[in-house]
Design a protein. Structure first.
Length: 148
């Protein structure tokens, strides 16, 4: 089944169409979940649960395959939170990292990137070609600071 796209969906789904992929109802449901939770990385299970409210009967395997495809096409990105399950978020086009509360699990975006300075130092001092990086900082959010 081909879906009629809303105007704001066109940017993220252009990669699907341009590479010959159909825009199916399950793909549309996963995309909507990711877009509505921009800035909040979600586990595959959370995405499945939320997508199920939009497309009854969507299987967990379909969600996994869709997320893999979206990552390949750079519609979505993996968020490295060092948890038991993988987390994904919409690729908003802005480079960012994450602050993860070890008490309540709250995740906050960190838009500053000091690792780019480290990448430059690596380029200047070695033959190693850095192609990407990820960073998550772990600690306590203001609500969970011990003794606070």
């Amino acid at each position: 089944m081909i879906m009629i796209l809303k105007k704001n969906d066109a940017g993220h789904l252009a990669g699907l169409r341009s590479r010959g992929y159909r825009i199916t109802s399950p793909r549309q449901a996963v995309l909507e979940v990711l877009e509505e939770n921009e800035g909040r990385p979600l586990s595959t299970e959370e995405i499945h649960r939320l997508a199920s409210t939009r497309h009854e009967g969507i299987g967990l395997a379909t969600v996994y395959r869709t997320l893999e495809l979206f990552c390949e096409l750079q519609i979505a990105a993996r968020a490295h939170l060092h948890r038991d399950s993988e987390h994904f978020e919409i690729n908003s086009g802005s480079h960012h990292h994450h602050l993860v509360c070890v008490s309540c699990g709250e995740v906050e975006m960190l838009e500053e990137c000091v690792i780019e300075e480290v990448e430059k130092a690596v380029r200047d001092r070695s033959d190693f070609l850095v192609t990407s990086h990820c960073m998550s900082l772990f600690g306590y959010c203001p609500s969970c600071i011990p003794g606070g």
